[in-house]
Design a protein around this ligand. Structure first.
Ligand SMILES: C[S@@+](CC[C@H](N)C(=O)[O-])C[C@H]1O[C@@H](n2cnc3c(N)ncnc32)[C@H](O)[C@@H]1O
Ligand code: SF4
Length: 447
């Protein structure tokens, strides 16, 4: 029974960190479109800023992020000059000083920056944008080799949340992914952030990695629970060796199969809920005191977030922004990014202008991913007639459901995803994705 379900529901599907998903962005949205959209921004729109730092010291073989390995400072310094220019160009273009409620530095590894670079970048963002006093300022951290000077620089730049990459503490798994990271070094980093006043600690874990078993996962969970983080993101390993060449260094026969991935995701969920975490959406866990467990949960490119800002400004190579009009993405090529922004321009190379139907389907997919519930009332209230055919699709899905994946509400009110269906929620979202199959994009396993 379980293997039959896995065969039918664990087929590759998008992770739905946006709708439409990035493979459906097109070059029709370019720098001129983005400039116009920035000019048209309404007054008093809360903003969120995403800054991409595409550099790391070493390559993790599983990595699906947009990054470049370097041991030299010069390419990083050159990139930071270009980034500074882009920040000025965008800030000049946004005439109104909207309140910034969230800042997120992601990568790559923002923790590769030198203390003076961390301070200068944070200071420029604070000068050029109006930071709300309660703003969250989060940074992704690779703890390997991190020193106290950098931790102090993050703390005195106003960073108040860090996401620390762990993935797995087992030695055999770490060798198989080329990421050696001791429990001791990680614990020192967590303690030192706390000592410097950064109390909100997230940890990233991955299941489905080579050589991972329920036993290795249990041991990793013991260490992670002892670190007492506030949030945990537990990603299913996305293995796409046809697109991401370095993942070919991980032989297919070292990877757990779908049934083993399913068991790992379930075991990790059990351990974390027993350990006092609240489950957030598909793959995040938060302590009850954490804002993710008590407030509105949204989904964005970083996963689950409390960020409710109406517009997200993406800065840096490959970064994606979301304005009320649609999505924009900068070129991922670092050299091209630098040339374009140093010429005084924007680096947008693709995006998507949202139609009303896109926005309606996007709402359905986001609420399913966050609340496991079809938002019939909100859909009708916000989208009127455009909502009706989508609600009819929800009815058809309920009528065709033979596997108790969904529990239908009163007719016309949609459904809730059942406990059994939760782990397959991406496949349920895919039923409302009007673009799926219209590109050659490869997706990761549905579990
Ligand atoms: C930018 S990294 C985090 C910061 C830092 N670079 C590090 O690795 O410690 C973002 C996270 O994405 C996750 N990740 C990267 N590649 C992945 C893949 N192929 N499948 C699933 N998760 C992945 C990892 O959990 C990683 O910590
Ligand atoms: S997982 Fe993090 S540290 Fe490793 S290569 Fe990717 S971005 Fe860099």
């Amino acid at each position: 029974m379980q293997s039959d379900l896995l065969r039918r529901y664990a087929a590759p599907v998008p992770r739905y960190t946006s709708y439409p998903t990035a493979p459906h962005f097109s070059p029709a949205v370019d720098a001129a479109t983005y400039g116009r959209w920035l000019d048209e921004m309404e007054n008093d729109l809360p903003l969120s800023l995403y800054v991409h730092i595409p550099f790391c010291n070493e390559l993790c073989w599983y990595c699906g992020c947009s990054t470049k390995i370097t041991r030299q400072r010069e390419p990083i310094a050159r990139y930071l000059s270009a980034l500074s220019r882009e920040i000025d160009t965008v800030a000049d273009r946004i005439k109104i000083r909207h309140a910034v409620t969230h800042i997120h530095w992601g990568g790559g590894s923002p923790s590769i920056l030198e203390p003076n670079e961390i301070r200068a970048l944070a200071a420029q963002l604070k000068t050029r944008f109006k930071l709300s006093p309660s703003a969250e300022f989060a940074v992704e951290i690779d703890p390997r080799g991190l020193d106290e000077a950098r931790i102090a620089a993050f703390a005195d730049s106003g960073v108040n949340r860090v996401s620390i990459g762990v993935q797995d503490f087992d030695l055999a798994v770490q060798k198989a992914i080329n990421r050696m990271q001791s429990v001791e070094q990680t614990a020192w980093v967590v303690d030192t952030f706390r000592k410097h006043g950064i109390e909100a600690i997230n940890i990233d874990l991955v299941y489905g990695l080579p050589k991972q078993t329920l036993e290795t996962l249990d041991q990793t969970m013991d260490h992670v629970l002892a670190l007492a983080p506030d949030r945990i993101a537990l990603f299913g390993y996305a293995h796409l060796p046809a697109r991401i060449k370095h993942q070919r260094l991980i032989p297919d026969d070292t990877l757990p199969d779908t049934a083993a991935r399913f068991a790992q995701a379930n075991r990790a969920a059990e351990r974390l809920t027993e350990g006092g975490f609240v489950t957030i959406g598909l793959d995040h866990y938060a302590r009850p005191h954490d804002p993710l467990a008590s407030g509105t949960v949204r989904r964005n490119f970083q996963g689950y977030t409390t960020d409710t800002a109406a517009a997200l400004i993406g800065l840096g190579a490959s970064s994606i922004g979301r304005l009320p009009q649609g999505y924009v993405q900068n070129t991922p090529a670092i050299g091209e990014y630098e040339r374009r922004v140093l010429d005084g321009g924007l680096a947008t190379v693709r995006g998507h202008a949202m139609s009303t139907e896109d926005a309606a389907r996007g709402l359905v997919i986001e609420r399913l991913m966050c609340d496991f519930a079809f938002p019939a009332d909100e859909l009708r209230a916000r989208f009127g007639e455009v909502a009706e055919p989508i609600i009819a699709e929800a009815e058809a899905l309920c009528a065709a459901d033979r596997d108790e994946m969904v529990a239908a509400r009163t007719r016309g009110e949609g459904f809730e995803v059942t406990d059994k269906g939760r782990i397959f929620v991406r496949s349920i979202c895919a039923k409302f994705d009007a673009y799926l199959g219209k590109s050659s994009a490869q997706h990761s396993a549905g579990i």
